[in-house]
Design a protein around this ligand. Structure first.
Ligand SMILES: Nc1ncnc2c1ncn2[C@@H]1O[C@H](COP(=O)(O)OP(=O)(O)OP(=O)(O)O)[C@@H](O)[C@H]1O
Length: 253
């Protein structure tokens, strides 16, 4: 059915088209198309070596594409440097948290505020009401309000992961990418992380790589299955789980 005149589909926040990267002739990502909307939690799954991490590396500029385009809010990321991609609003969390263990939760968050204190700028830094309010707001979001003045090395593994998510949130990214965010977490922490990701997807896009199917089920609006650098299947968790091709290459193992 055609749309009424004047109706426009909302543009995806992230539009990846024909994305390809070759490492010595081996295509780790091969003519990939991927579209992610605002308010969406998308999970990318697939067997080891499918190209999942490489896709995140391409989006954040760590790896340069051989061909194709990555449009993020109308900007072409394949032509930008890593630092500028962060400034454009793309945040990425790696598997191991990179927090300052000897600083408090408050200081870690404060450090990540775009206009906040920098490691070597402490001497001239005046804590503004704006920074404090933002730190408190993010601490509540990541469930660390009661731990604000605790040194970060005393947090549990799960809390350290949340702190790093909070540090990314301080910069208010429009796209947040997370690589296996619940690895090593307790069941309880996994459930809380699922709620956290649902909360933070409001107003932004969240792209997650994950192997834990129970967790995927609890967060994904849509699942993309990668295999040999290409999209093997895409859709709801139910559709993907019952897809014979997906069972053959991934879920059946
Ligand atoms: N810099 C690189 N140089 C050469 N080959 C690479 C490079 N980065 C990735 N690859 C290869 O590309 C393929 C895809 O790797 P990638 O890490 O993206 O897979 P993945 O789906 O994230 O796997 P896993 O689930 O094991 O993390 C693998 O065969 C990997 O060896």
């Amino acid at each position: 059915m055609s749309q009424p005149s004047g109706f426009q589909m909302p543009k995806p926040v992230l539009a990846i088209e024909g994305l390809t990267v070759s490492f010595d002739g081996f295509k780790a990502v091969d003519d990939l198309n991927l579209y992610i909307d605002r308010n969406e939690v998308r999970v990318v799954i697939g067997p080891n070596g499918a190209g999942k991490t490489t896709v995140l590396d391409l989006i954040c500029g760590k790896t340069k594409a051989t061909a194709g385009s990555i449009q993020f809010e109308n900007r072409e990321l394949t032509k930008m440097r890593e630092f500028d991609i962060v400034r454009a609003g793309v945040g990425r969390k790696f598997q191991n948290p990179s927090i300052y263990e000897n600083l408090t939760v408050f200081e870690n968050l404060e450090m990540s505020y775009p206009k906040g204190r920098k490691v070597f700028g402490a001497l001239f830094f005046k804590r503004s009401a704006e920074v404090i309010a933002r730190v408190e707001q993010i601490a509540a979001e990541i469930m660390l309000t009661d731990n604000l003045y605790l040194q970060a090395d005393l947090l549990s593994h799960g809390q350290k992961q949340w702190l790093e998510i909070g540090m990314l949130l301080m910069q208010d990214p429009a796209l947040l990418m997370l690589d296996e965010p619940v690895a090593g977490m307790s069941v309880n922490e996994r459930m809380q992380t699922a709620e956290l990701l649902k909360r933070i997807s409001k107003g932004r896009s969240v792209l997650v790589i994950e192997h834990d199917m129970e967790f995927v089920k609890s967060i994904a609006h849509k699942v993309t299955v990668l295999h040999q650098g290409k999209v093997l299947a895409e859709g709801s968790m139910e559709a993907v789980q019952s897809n014979p091709k997906v069972i053959e290459v991934y879920l059946g193992h």
